[in-house]
Design a protein around this ligand. Sequence first.
Ligand code: SF4
Length: 308
Amino acid sequence: MTNSSNILRLKELKEKNNAIILAHYYVEPEIQEIADFLGDSLALAQQAKETDADVILFCGVKFMAETAKILNPQKIVLMPDVSTGCSLADLSPASDLKEWKNSFENPFLVSYINCSAEVKAISDVICTSSNAEKILKSIPKDKTILFATDRYLGSYIKEKLGIEMKVWKDYCVVHQNFSEEHLLKLIENNADAEVVAHPECSDNLLKYADFVGSTTGIINYTKENSSNKFIVLTELGILHQLQKLSPHKEFLMVNNIEGECNICKDMKKNTIEGMILALENLSPQIIIDEDLRKKALIPLELMLKLSE
Ligand code: SF4
């Protein structure tokens, strides 16, 4: 099928199923252009809660679609490919985190939204890179604050807020893998550029950043800032929106340590063909055990309330 027939077919299927397409900034540009709503994890969770569609086709990674299902048990939540993982969700089993949580007195577990439904279910509140500071500031002072899953986001916020907090050990395989050598070369050759970074980047990279923020934060910062050149430390997919919203500015992407463009392979498993098949067959669907869903809903709803 040609690209235009694919788009036409998707439109027909969306209408037939009363479906909405939600997509993350890291998916391929052609999907970003088709999506009804594009955003970071916080915005996607908020949008998933607000939609009146019967079907949500989620183009991102599995924990994001699970979040949509936790918030919308009555809706069908589909993905083009359910094998889309995320190292932060996959490296952190709930059993390990439960044991860690139980080893502290009066614990309060703040979990990054990049985690499994099982981890959400044992958490006290969820946060994203957009709202982590706000959420952490709201925690009662008598609690032992624990932060999972991303160690770099946790350490960055801990230092920024100057709070006492225990941080779990996992990481994003993509953001940890940027080449410091390539970053330094870009800084040296582009003295007029500002460095913008996602807080999942390792601390040896974050120390060079003029601005640290979520994908939405980076997009807004580069749009509003007077600088015309930016060195960008986050996944390649963001480039499409950066260039679209600031067409006259220059964006230099930092390579990974293998000297290649730094991409999240799981995000790229989302394809237009997969989207069509998912809407044709109403499969594969995200299914979550109801007891687990109810437990995972509590910290997610608290996050949404605290983010208002
Ligand atoms: S970029 Fe990292 S945090 Fe984001 S989905 Fe991919 S592996 Fe997970």
